[in-house]
Design a protein around this ligand. Structure first.
Ligand SMILES: [Zn+2]
Length: 91
């Protein structure tokens, strides 16, 4: 018989909210002469629930980007066009 409990299984996530980044689509672009998959359209923010169903916080269907390469920017930046609805919802 065991009396142990699954302690630690429900560890609450603490710290900053992290958004996964999604895009309207994925296209192949030439980058330094090599084909590289790049997002097309705008970037969207995706939360953990949206991650499961592939929808951004603005409810648009998105292609999820690699979290290792893409972070949802907290500050304004012009490097990539962002969905203004997601921008407003993540502030
Ligand atoms: Zn969006």
């Amino acid at each position: 018989m065991t009396t142990g409990h699954d302690e630690g299984a429900n560890r609450p996530e603490t710290g900053r909210p992290r958004w996964i980044v999604g895009a309207d689509g994925i296209g192949v672009r030439s980058w330094s002469g090599e084909p590289v998959e790049m997002p097309t359209g705008r970037l969207h923010a995706v939360d953990s629930a949206g991650f499961l169903v592939g929808r951004a916080v603005c409810m648009a269907p998105v292609v999820l980007l690699d979290p290792a390469d893409w972070r949802w920017p907290d500050d304004t930046g012009d490097e990539w066009p962002r969905c203004w609805i997601c921008h407003a919802l993540t502030r």
